[in-house]
Ligand binder design. Structure first.
Ligand SMILES: Cc1ncc(COP(=O)(O)O)c(C=O)c1O
Length: 355
């Protein structure tokens, strides 16, 4: 086994409904899962229909270029198809992109606390992650990032809105970074649909910018695994060489296209999330942080995150303990925004915990 692999610590995923129901004595349908930022409205009915309609095609390999899906994504995001690449969830896309740029002993910079997977992908390539802490309100410190760049730096990973903090990176800060460094900058916009703005337009201007996106969140297709990226054209050509040939399956292609066409479902989802996150922030009896995503970060001090997650689990509610996010301390939890009724159940649960 390669040494670089043995050094990787296992990823700590959010808890599953089945495992919590069993451990805390609930029926699975009584569990409220708000730990993985899934869509509380579920998938578009059009996507479900597409899954059913395409069930009889699954004995045949999918097209390697996933052209139909890339075409629909190109239209959705306003870029030509030769600048769209797809993969097995955004995780799959990030894996391929990291393999394109990072060799043994290369460095990549991560602005922490953030989504933990970037670190795993770098380590799997034999690369060395460099961690640059965000400042006290979780904004990216661009000068500090730039000071960490050196000849070995191949990628700078940024996430906007950031998981788990929920804040956006300022466009002026990103431009400054892109103007100053030649390293590849990957901006993860998994939650872009819930935010006031996206920086995807900058891919037209910068050769060293890739924006990664997901259909797991606003489109409610987390279980199908569809991610994509908007890249400069030279990068997408190389991406195709390295990407596993059939990384998006037939059902994923059909459901992805159908979900992109269902504008009304997307609109309802965004509306539900925006009002729900305002409700949660107004009513959670602890410090919350402003969010542009479909979750709210809560500082539960004087409790620890572990204590609070445990207290909520006893009430059948799964939220995310952020202690496993590097640089997040031990008092932050992340709660996905649910439906109105689900959000009210969360607030009720907090009342019980605080007393
Ligand atoms: C910031 C961020 N990036 C990427 C992903 C992975 O997305 P996907 O489900 O498309 O692999 C997640 C999932 O939670 C995420 O929070």
């Amino acid at each position: 086994m390669r040494n670089s692999i043995l050094k990787i610590s296992e990823y700590v995923p959010g808890r599953t409904i089945e495992d919590v129901a069993k451990e805390y004595g609930f029926l699975p349908e009584e569990i409220l899962k708000l730990g993985s930022n899934e869509n509380p409205l579920g998938p578009s009915p059009e996507a479900i229909k597409a899954v059913r309609d395409h069930a009889n095609t699954i004995s045949v390999y999918p097209p390697t270029d996933a052209k139909e899906l890339r075409c629909a994504l190109a239209q959705y995001i306003g870029y030509p198809i030769d600048q769209i690449v797809v993969g097995n969830g955004m995780d799959g896309v990030l894996d391929v992109l990291t393999r394109l740029f990072v060799e043994k002993n290369d460095e990549a910079i991560i602005s922490i606390p953030t989504f933990p997977y970037y670190e795993l992908f770098i380590l799997a390539c034999g690369g060395v992650p460099q961690f640059v802490p965000r400042n006290s309100n979780f904004d990216v410190d661009v000068d500090k990032l730039l000071r960490a760049v050196n000849k070995k730096t191949k990628i700078i990973f940024l996430c906007s809105p950031n998981n788990p903090t929920g804040n956006l990176m300022k466009e002026s800060d990103l431009r400054h970074l892109l103007d100053t460094t030649e390293s590849m900058v990957i901006v993860d916009e998994a939650y872009a649909e819930f935010a006031d703005f996206s920086i995807v337009e900058l891919v037209r201007k910068y050769e060293n910018l890739v924006v990664t996106r997901s259909m797991s969140k606003a489109f409610g297709l987390a279980g199908l695994r569809i991610g994509y990226a908007v890249t400069p054209p030279e990068i997408s050509k190389e991406y195709m060489k390295v990407s596993p040939a059939f990384s998006v399956n037939r059902i994923g292609i059909a459901a992805g296209v159908a979900a992109l066409e269902d504008k009304e479902h997307l609109r309802q989802t965004v509306k539900t999330i925006r009002s729900g996150r305002a409700f949660l922030r107004d009513n959670i009896p602890f410090k919350t942080y402003p969010s542009q995503a479909n979750f709210v970060l809560v500082d539960v001090s004087p409790f620890t995150a572990e204590e609070m997650c445990e207290a909520l689990l006893r009430k059948g509610i799964i939220v995310r303990d952020c202690s496993s996010f590097r640089g997040a301390g031990n008092s932050l939890i992340r709660i996905s925004v649910g439906t109105k009724e689900q959000n009210m159940r969360v607030i009720e649960a907090f009342k019980g915990v605080k007393t």
